[in-house]
Design a binder for this molecule. Structure first.
Ligand code: 5GP
Length: 216
C-alpha cells in the first residue's frame, strides 16, 4: 500500500476522497480509527461542529469545537467543503486540510452524515461513498444505549434520524456491515483500494492512452 501511494504521488495522482456515513451507533468512529492505525496511506479529516464536546473528546482530535456564530462566520468565508445541520447542531468539513492531503496522494476519509455526503458527491463526482450498516436495527439501538453518553431523548432523536437516513442508502457506492471491527475495516480498505481502478478515478490515464493511441 505504501508502494501504491508512492506510485500515485510520482504519477501526480491524487488520493481518493472517501465519505463514510452510517447511523449513530453503527461504529463508524471505531472503524475509521482502526483503518488509520492498521493501514498506511490514509488521512482522517477532523470536522468542525457547534455541538458541545462529550466527555473525553479533545479539541482538534475529535472535532474543532465552535460556537454557532463562529461556525456561521466560517460558512461565510467559504472554509467548508460541505456543511450540514444534524439534530440541532452544525457540522462541517474544513476545506484546506482535505485538499492538501489529496494532493499529497493520501486517501482522505470523511466521517460525515448523509446530507454532507450528497454535497460531496455533487462537488466531487469521483468521491467514493460508503455506508456502514449495523448487523440489525436491534443491535443499533443496543449500541446507542450502551454508549451511555446520551440522554434517552437524544437517543430517540438519533433513532428517528436513522429511519430518515435509511431512505438514502441507495445513493452510496457500497455498504459495509459492521459485525466485527477488524473484518469490517479490512473490507473497507479493500473497497478503497479497488475503487482506485474504476474508470471514473482513472480519467487522466485513460485520456492519455487514448491520445497516444491516436498519435500512433
Ligand atoms: P456526533 O455528534 O455523533 O459526533 O456526529 C453526528 C453526525 O454528524 C454523525 O453522523 C457524523 O458522521 C456527522 N458528522 C461529523 N462531522 C461532520 C461533518 O463535517 N459534516 C457533516 N455533514 N456531518 C458530520
Amino acid at each position: 500500500m505504501a508502494q501504491n501511494r508512492k506510485e500515485r504521488v510520482s504519477k501526480g495522482m491524487k488520493g481518493i476522497l472517501t465519505v463514510v456515513s452510517g447511523f449513530a451507533g453503527a461504529g463508524k468512529g471505531t472503524i475509521m480509527n482502526t483503518l488509520i492505525r492498521d493501514y498506511p496511506g490514509y488521512a482522517l479529516s477532523v470536522s468542525a461542529t457547534s455541538r458541545r464536546p462529550r466527555e473525553g473528546e479533545k479539541e482538534g482530535v475529535n472535532y474543532f469545537f465552535k460556537t454557532r456564530e463562529e461556525f456561521e462566520e466560517m460558512i461565510k468565508n467559504d472554509e467548508f467543503l460541505e456543511h450540514a445541520e444534524y439534530v440541532g447542531n452544525y457540522y462541517g468539513t474544513p476545506r484546506a486540510f482535505v485538499e492538501k492531503k489529496l494532493n499529497e496522494g493520501l486517501n482522505v476519509l470523511l466521517e460525515i452524515e448523509i446530507q454532507g455526503a450528497m454535497q460531496i458527491k455533487k462537488a466531487f463526482p469521483d468521491s467514493l461513498l460508503v455506508f456502514i450498516m449495523p448487523p440489525s436495527a436491534a443491535i443499533l439501538k443496543e449500541r446507542l444505549t450502551n454508549r451511555g453518553t446520551e440522554s434517552p431523548e437524544v437517543i430517540d432523536k438519533r433513532m428517528h434520524r436513522a429511519v430518515a437516513e435509511s431512505e438514502g442508502i441507495e445513493n452510496y457506492d457500497f455498504i459495509v456491515i459492521n459485525d466485527e471491527v477488524d473484518k469490517c475495516t479490512e473490507t473497507l480498505h479493500n473497497i478503497i483500494l479497488s475503487a482506485a481502478y474504476q474508470p471514473v478515478r482513472q480519467k487522466e490515464f485513460i485520456e492519455q492512452v487514448r491520445h497516444d493511441l491516436k498519435e500512433m
